[in-house]
Design a protein around this ligand. Structure first.
Ligand SMILES: Cc1ncc(COP(=O)(O)O)c(C=O)c1O
Length: 412
């Protein structure tokens, strides 16, 4: 369905709610101005309705989460059923069956598929579940420490890996790091994405580099696709130095770029992969998945897990993730996204596109104009000058045509 605006945007109810929120929520969190935000009330497919009854076309999938469409009927049914049975179990003590099923599914989708054609006879992997992408990154960093004994990590300029302290250490954006710099652990070296910079970082490290963490396609950093030799080079250099390659696919995973996982564009198998966002289509659940021999660096539990949390492997999240993955398979969203990728403007892969604009002010203006025309989009990149387009992967061809026309109008 195409947008339908009943009131000006933001409408009166959204404005009242914004004023109230500002009084009660930490004012650093939600940006409030006379033309921002709208308050979402419900959503279906690629459409969002706000508190004032306006209908919008969502070109963000709400931060890349709603890949199989908002309120996807099969995911919703799975969630309802599970909610009626069991909303919470004892994650690392007395868990629920769905955690087993999801772990099997994630293993099969990643290392199972990747290593099926290799010489490894029984390609096994293991999972560490978590509640957010940042925590999945924390789990990967801890795994690398245990598996290699080397604390150093190489990450790349422009990358975003999350904001909890371990993940923030790997995140490159100075904006997020600067206020907390004195508290950051400082195990990460940030380098330019070139072979010589990576090799120099390995050679100069005094404490030893145990991992290289990479976003296969820079997401929040402005949708930047690396040159074809970049990921294979990282794989080679990690092998030479006995370091792990961590693919942060929290944004790019689950068909977003037109492959199940973005590393598949370059045929690279990482040692660890972090996933989240679209995995459940809307429940906060994420995971770090690794080859068994790497994950077995964690000591076997004797009753007290070294890394866990209260909601780990939540059954509602597992039920939604299993249903969402089922939808991606049923609708062949990897193929569909690849087939339709050119219908969205900008650079990028699949339905992860970025339109570079002169500066942040222009980008902000385009985002505001689009909102007033009934389209939800976001700005991205460290400079804030990239219009970022990551719609639900189920977006219709008519909606794609409409979006493209509106974007070119808004940029004029
Ligand atoms: C590549 C990448 N890694 C990590 C994260 C952090 O995930 P979360 O916001 O769920 O903690 C994000 C979030 O946008 C991301 O895009």
């Amino acid at each position: 369905m195409l947008p339908l605006l009943r009131t000006r945007v933001p409408g009166p109810l959204s404005r009242v709610l914004a004023r109230q929120l500002r009084q009660h929520e930490c004012w650093n969190t939600t940006f409030v101005s006379p033309d921002w935000p709208i308050f979402w009330e419900r959503a279906r497919g690629s459409n969002v309705w706000d508190a004032d009854g306006n209908r919008f076309l969502d070109l963000t999938a709400a931060f890349g989460v709603a890949s199989v469409g908002h309120s996807n009927p099969r995911v919703t049914t799975a969630a309802r059923r599970q909610l009626g049975k069991l909303a919470h179990a004892m994650g690392d003590v007395h868990p629920n069956e769905l955690k087993v099923r999801l772990a099997n599914e994630l293993s099969a989708l990643t290392f199972g598929r990747w290593l099926a054609k290799s010489e490894i006879r029984n390609p096994k992997s293991k999972i560490l579940f978590s509640n957010s992408g940042s925590e999945a990154v924390e789990a990967a960093l801890k795994t690398a420490m245990l598996a290699t004994g080397k604390p150093g990590v190489i990450a790349f300029t422009g990358t975003y890996h999350g904001l909890t302290y371990g993940a923030l250490d790997a995140t490159a954006w100075n904006y997020f790091r600067a206020p907390f710099h004195p508290q950051l652990p400082g195990f990460t070296v940030h380098v330019a994405p070139t072979e010589s910079a990576v090799r120099a970082a390995f050679e100069q490290s005094k404490r030893g580099i145990g991992a290289v963490i990479v976003e296969p396609v820079l997401g929040r950093g402005g949708v930047v696709v690396p040159p074809p030799e970049f990921l294979p080079m990282l794989r080679r250099v990690c092998n030479e130095h006995g370091a792990l390659l961590i693919a942060d696919e929290i944004f790019t995973g689950f068909c977003r770029t037109g492959r199940w996982f973005a590393v598949e564009h370059w045929g690279v198998v990482p040692d660890l992969i972090c996933v989240g966002k679209a995995m459940s289509n809307g429940f906060p659940i994420a995971a770090c998945i690794g080859r068994s021999d790497v994950m077995d660096a964690w000591p076997e539990s004797t009753g007290e897990a070294l890394h866990t949390s209260t909601h780990l492997g939540n059954p509602l999240g597992c039920a939604m993730a299993l249903a969402a993955i089922g939808e991606m398979k049923r609708l062949k969203l990897d193929d569909r996204t690849r087939r339709l990728q050119d219908r969205l403007p900008g650079r990028g892969l699949g339905f992860m596109k970025g339109v570079k604009l002169p500066d942040a002010a222009v980008c902000h203006r385009v985002v505001q104009r689009l909102l007033r025309r009934g389209i939800i989009a976001l700005g991205g990149s460290e400079r804030g000058n990239v219009l970022t387009l990551t719609p639900p992967l189920t977006i219709s061809e008519k909606e794609l045509r409409f979006a493209t026309e509106e974007i070119s109008c808004a940029m004029r």
